[in-house]
Design a protein around this ligand. Structure first.
Ligand code: SF4
Length: 390
């Protein structure tokens, strides 16, 4: 049985849909243990947590004008591991934001969590603090696979975390899965998918393992102790994930994202649609509609107040980004909207280029939209790259 998310929040958001709205992102860069595949900026020095949270409060204050007065639609705690914060710390950041920004129309407040951080009292306190959507990093329901990834939870803990979230009243839960892990395709992947389907979560994000050089897996690969899966296996596992989830009623609405109807991630969709967002914390990124800013990816330098980097997006950057983000979604490019933004000539060229790809099935069009069929999303980069302007 799937429930809709909080009706009061949903109706507030519908009323505000025509106004430009923005997102607020908090980056909590701390992790207790480093996953073997992780290439994100993070710090295992948890002693700096209080200092960083205090600095994030000050950054919120300093950035109060960044969104130009636009109301906040979504709030998101990502990391790192935001579930290492106490619910009181989360509540303080939300309260500070509500003092500084118009948060009256917020329709989604997500917190990323590791399964072993979630017990009943913490979950209830997080709900009271204002979190209404949990993103739980399950990754796999196979203990050997979790050990390979150096995750700090077991499959049983992952399942129990989702059940505990339900008991605490969370009716909007998303889980992360990783596929393309050597030795854990086939039956192991199928068992993870079956386990996730049994949990009846509202949303699933499924990512292919990427072996980056500066990770534990990358170092093992360089020593010849670990080999990433080949392309045929990648495609097969992507198809397995796609088929299992779509047959169970999930929409494959973005390359890595699947949702029950009505439960697409609103915060991420704002990134894909070029809406403004303010990112707070070390390594957080922001976008004010014209320029992109990013904080330094170092706790020490962030605490020392080092200035953020920034870039002004050129017209070509905006075009390439528009094509990339839209073609990564099931809706694809709305051709009339694209013509309005980038002109008839440019979009005419794009349509002409697309015709050859439609014949091969890499793209579909009904004359109004141009999209990559979700089952072909895995190879979307090659299709998208063909449209990029140099
Ligand atoms: S919990 Fe997330 S951010 Fe932390 S090490 Fe693991 S993958 Fe990286």
């Amino acid at each position: 049985m799937f429930r809709r998310s909080g009706s009061m929040c949903a109706s507030a958001n519908v009323g505000a849909r025509d106004r430009p709205m923005a997102g607020l992102y908090f980056h909590i860069p701390f992790c207790k243990r480093i996953c073997s595949y992780c290439d994100f900026y993070k710090s295992a020095d948890l002693r700096r947590m209080d200092e960083v949270l205090a600095a994030m409060g000050r950054e919120l204050e300093a950035q109060r004008g960044y969104l130009g007065g636009e109301p906040i639609r979504t709030r998101y705690f990502g990391g790192g591991t935001p579930s290492l914060c106490t619910p009181a710390q989360i509540g303080e950041l939300l309260a500070r934001a509500a003092d500084l920004f118009d948060c009256s129309a917020v329709g989604e407040t997500t917190l990323e969590a590791n399964p072993d951080d979630l017990d009943a009292s913490r979950l209830e306190a997080l709900r009271r603090a204002g979190v209404d959507r949990l993103s739980i990093g399950i990754q796999s329901l196979d203990d050997a696979c979790l050990r390979l990834m150096n995750r700090r939870h077991t499959a049983v803990q992952a399942v129990e975390a989702v059940r505990a979230a339900r008991r605490a009243g969370f009716d909007n839960v998303t889980v992360d899965l990783i596929f393309g892990i050597p030795g854990f395709g086939g039956d192991a992947l199928r068992r993870s998918l079956d386990g996730v389907l049994e949990l009846e979560v509202e949303h699933v994000s499924a990512y292919h393992l990427t072996v980056e050089p500066h990770t534990a897996l990358g170092r093992r690969a360089a020593r010849g102790e670990f080999a990433p899966v080949d392309e045929a296996v990648s495609e097969q596992e992507f198809a397995t994930v796609h088929d299992a989830l779509t047959q169970a009623g999930y929409e494959h609405y973005e390359v890595s994202n699947f949702a029950r109807p009505g439960f697409r991630a609103r915060h991420n969709a704002a990134y894909w649609h070029g809406e403004k967002y303010l990112g707070i914390g070390p390594a957080a990124h922001s976008y004010d509609g014209r320029e992109r800013h990013w904080n330094v990816d170092s706790v020490d330098r962030y605490l020392a107040g080092e200035a953020a980097g920034h870039e002004i997006l050129s017209d070509r950057d905006r075009f390439n980004e528009y094509v990339m983000t839209r073609l990564r979604t099931a809706e694809g490019i709305d051709l009339a909207e694209a013509e309005g933004l980038f002109g008839e000539r440019r979009i005419g060229r794009l349509k002409a280029q697309a015709r050859g790809m439609e014949t091969g099935g890499a793209l579909v069009s009904d004359g109004r939209r141009l999209a990559i069929p979700p089952r072909r999303f895995l190879v979307s980069d090659a299709v998208i790259g063909a449209f990029f302007e140099a």
